[in-house]
Design a protein around this ligand. Structure first.
Ligand SMILES: Nc1nc2c(c(=O)[nH]1)N[C@H]1C(S)=C(S)[C@@H](COP(=O)(O)O)O[C@H]1N2
Ligand SMILES: [Mo]
Length: 326
């Protein structure tokens, strides 16, 4: 008897939790795409909502004006509303334990990002809006300024971290773009640069480039951040440089990295993970401890860099900000 450790009912050993990709079934994917039996998957055959892989490539980068520099940008002032007394995840842990499948399916993304060029960079804002544009993210930072916010971040794989992001509210960019009334959703795409992103060729059946989406009210919510920095510095490449989304009440895969395109749309877009496994990674994907992932509980998570297991909270603890939307 002495050797038997009694676990709380919500305990799940880490070995039972698998990464997003682990149960990906190639044949199922090909069947869904209507091309079972085909030896090669052509990306151009894979539609993703109203955008396609082909048109998500970054447009020609605008020249960054000489006045646009990052020297005075960091550290951004901390927003007192997001300055909790939580223990921060160690900076080293947050930059060496990542998910960024364009580089590798493993967590040591930082070892595979050397060739990734994040400057110059441009983001195209397009679709149902009156002020479409193609801009350098630094111009947006110059215009909107940046603030620092400490957020918890919860991956669907039942790990979490607490990190200080630097960025601006996505709502500011949306206001600048002037969406039309019929724009009800936004879709976003990550860069697709196979020569710089060695993971793309290693996962040829994934519907690259990575794409995500939000409802317009979710995108406008004050919590939704475009982050260009973390720990008071520019984002490391493995965390999604030069600019990424942070949606702290949803599972981590909604927080798309290294964004090159944002499109306003009338109908709900597909997302990368929903395309692969709709039953496991639905569009909404709010953090909800009572709804288990089909293969494991979501009741608790492990804080990365520690053995600490914590209870997961509904909306990842951000219900006061977002519960009214659902
Ligand atoms: N383009 C892109 N964005 C992505 C991913 C990815 O593989 N590719 N992974 C997502 C997942 S599953 C998580 S948990 C977070 C991880 O962010 P972090 O590495 O900064 O902690 O990024 C999300 N954004
Ligand atoms: Mo994740």
């Amino acid at each position: 008897m002495a050797n038997i450790i009694i676990r709380p009912p919500h305990y799940i050993p880490d070995r039972l939790i698998t990464p997003e990709h682990a149960f990906f079934n190639r044949r199922k994917f090909l069947r869904q795409m209507g091309i079972a039996g085909a030896g090669v998957v052509s990306l151009s055959t894979i539609g993703c909502g109203q955008g396609t892989a082909a048109d998500a490539a970054p447009a020609k980068a605008p020249k960054t004006p000489a006045s646009v520099t990052s020297s005075k940008t960091y550290p951004a002032p901390r927003n007192p509303d997001f300055n909790p007394d939580w223990v921060l995840t160690e900076e080293k842990t947050a930059s060496t334990y990542n998910n960024f499948y364009e580089f590798t399916l493993q967590k040591d993304v930082y070892k595979h990002v050397d060739r990734f060029e994040t400057s110059p960079w441009s983001i195209e804002i397009t679709g149902l809006c009156d002020n479409p544009m193609t801009v350098d993210p630094m111009e947006l930072i110059n215009e909107f300024g940046m603030e620092e916010r400490v957020y918890r971040f919860r991956c669907v794989e039942a790990w979490a971290m607490v990190v200080p992001w630097s960025g601006f509210q996505l709502s500011k960019l949306i206001a600048k773009a002037k969406p039309k009334p019929e724009a009800k959703f936004i879709q976003m795409w990550t860069a697709e640069k196979p020569k710089e992103m060695p993971g793309i060729a290693k996962a040829p059946n994934y519907p690259w480039p990575y794409f995500e989406g939000l409802r317009m009210d979710e995108a406008m919510n004050p919590l939704t951040l475009m982050a260009a920095g973390v720990y008071g510095k520019e984002l490391p490449k493995q965390n999604g440089a030069p600019i990424r989304l942070v949606v702290p009440w949803k599972y981590g895969y909604k927080s798309i990295k290294s964004i090159v395109k944002i499109e306003f749309q009338k109908t709900q877009p597909k997302t990368f993970w929903e395309t692969l496994q709709p039953d496991e990674y639905p569009f909404e994907s709010n953090v909800e401890p009572k709804v288990p992932h089909p293969r494991w509980s979501q009741a608790t998570h492990r804080m990365i860099g520690s053995d600490r297991r914590e209870r997961t909270l509904p909306y990842n603890g951000y219900g006061d900000y977002v519960a009214q939307m659902y």
